[in-house]
Design a protein around this ligand. Structure first.
Ligand code: XIL
Length: 454
């Protein structure tokens, strides 16, 4: 009898503790909740981007929203083949450069879109076939990726090469008629020209498990097994009034092949469900640790290629729509990317053995660097006894400035920065880990975190 009572009292205490811990987490996460799409995504180790057009750069409302909300840009048209190589062998990167330089000046990353596609080809390429087209296409990939080398976080190397419908096969196009291996040839050329960029395959009507996404899945699996360089799959996600119930499972199955996934061109027809559909996309991405970011295809409804669908997160006056609030809420509630180093080419594994602090903890860092900025995830591990709190000291190279952090308090944002636990992640049992992270502008170089228990 007595032991049952004690057990029950213990359970009540444990439950109270769990409730208190949950409450503390809610309190502290709302205390640090981001107030912009980019800021909130960065707190979760991700980006939130928008497709932009340089012809809008003079519009104040547009620029205000863009600069405030997004931490990644993709040119809506400026890096396509017709724009960058209007005559064979004569390249014009000026509009793309303008977008890159705007992004760099604000610490935003850039997606490159797109090296090869059946649409928006220059007239001269449309008139080529066979070996001439193959050579011109590979030269285009090489010259374009080389021009932007070091400045692109991820390239859509090939866009929309699969057929709609149930075949799961390739779309017919002039490029496809040069031979089924045109896609892997493009990926190899892109890797040679810009070894630091993540290389993605990008397509639409792939927003769930269906014949088309399965065709792409099989190609990616084949590429991985044969060592064809591919790092990511872009799901465009141009959505109507519904979303497939297998949306998240589809992201996860690609991630399980060992590639990142990114939502690359999100827009959703306005209707009763717009906010819910946007929320489902954001929630799904945050639930998949290799889903590294979301891009919406335009800033305001009237910037959208979808005419009267009112498919974006801001109205024409730049006001936030209900869908915006829904996305922000999901970003603030979602999971950070775990700190396990991934295998992408931009991830720098810890290069020095972790330093053991006198108080018995170690810290390791993994860095995801792009040109002009990086995200660092720091893992704190208790030594042979439990810790109740920790302090990590990290010397940043000159030129690096912390712009946001999650799950830690910090002193300063340049030079030697001290990080201390927040209330919910100070404790770790012997050998157990907890983590925090931050985003910064500049170059991480080699970071040597020092951990002390407190
Ligand atoms: C669209 C642009 O938004 C339009 O401005 C342009 O006229 C046509 O292309 N899938 C893609 C994007 O990969 O490049 C397309 O962008 C939209 C569909």
């Amino acid at each position: 009898m007595r032991s049952t009572k004690r057990l029950r009292a213990g359970l009540i205490l444990a439950a109270a503790g769990a409730i208190a811990a949950t409450f503390a987490m809610i309190l502290s996460s709302s205390a640090t909740a981001g107030t912009t799409l980019g800021g909130s995504a960065a707190e979760k180790g991700r980006y939130f981007g928008a497709a932009v057009g340089t012809y809008k750069f003079g519009d104040n409302t547009y620029m205000t929203v863009l600069n405030r909300e997004f931490n990644s840009l993709v040119p809506e048209n400026e890096m396509k083949w017709d724009a960058t190589e209007p005559q064979q062998g004569r390249f014009n990167f000026s509009a793309g450069d303008r977008i890159v330089s705007h992004a760099r000046s604000r610490g935003m990353s850039v997606r490159g879109h797109t090296l090869l596609w059946h649409a928006q080809q220059p007239g001269w390429a449309q008139g080529l076939s066979g070996g001439d087209l193959r050579n011109a296409a590979i030269n285009h990939v090489t010259q374009t990726a080389a021009h932007f080398r070091g400045q692109i976080y991820a390239w859509d190397v090939v866009n929309e090469a699969f057929a709609d419908g149930g075949s799961g096969g390739r779309r017919d196009s002039n490029l496809q008629r040069t031979g089924n291996d045109w896609i892997e040839a493009a990926f190899r050329a892109a890797r040679n020209a810009d070894p630091g960029a993540k290389l993605c395959y990008n397509d639409y009507n792939t927003d769930g498990i269906n014949a088309k996404s399965t065709g792409i899945y099989n190609m990616v699996r084949d590429f991985k097994s044969r060592g064809v360089p591919i790092d990511c799959v872009g799901l465009q996600s141009h959505l109507g009034t519904g979303i497939d119930s297998s949306y998240q499972a589809n992201l996860q199955r690609f991630a399980d092949l060992g590639v990142d996934v990114q939502i690359t061109e999100l827009d959703v027809m306005q209707g009763g469900n717009q906010a819910n559909i946007y929320a489902t996309v954001a929630r799904s991405c945050l639930a998949v640790s290799r889903c590294t970011g979301i891009t919406v295809w335009g800033v305001r409804d009237c910037d959208s290629w979808r005419g009267s669908d009112n498919a974006l997160l801001f109205d024409c006056a730049g006001n936030k729509k209900p869908a915006y609030d829904a996305v922000l809420r999901e970003l603030n509630q979602g999971n950070p990317i775990p700190t396990t180093p991934n295998t992408s080419p931009r991830t720098t594994p810890p290069t020095t053995p972790p330093t053991i602090g006198p108080g018995g903890c170690t810290a390791t860092v993994s860095v995801n660097q792009w040109n002009g900025g990086f995200v660092a995830n720091v893992r704190v591990t208790a030594g042979s006894s439990a810790i109740n709190g920790w302090r990590v000291t990290l010397a940043l190279p000159s030129g690096a400035t912390v712009t946001g952090a999650w799950s830690a308090n910090r002193s300063g944002n340049t030079g030697t920065v001290q990080w201390t636990n927040v209330d919910y992640n100070g404790r770790a049992a012997a050998g157990q880990s907890t983590e925090f992270g931050f985003q910064a502008t500049g170059t991480a170089g080699v970071l040597n975190p020092f951990c002390a228990a407190s």
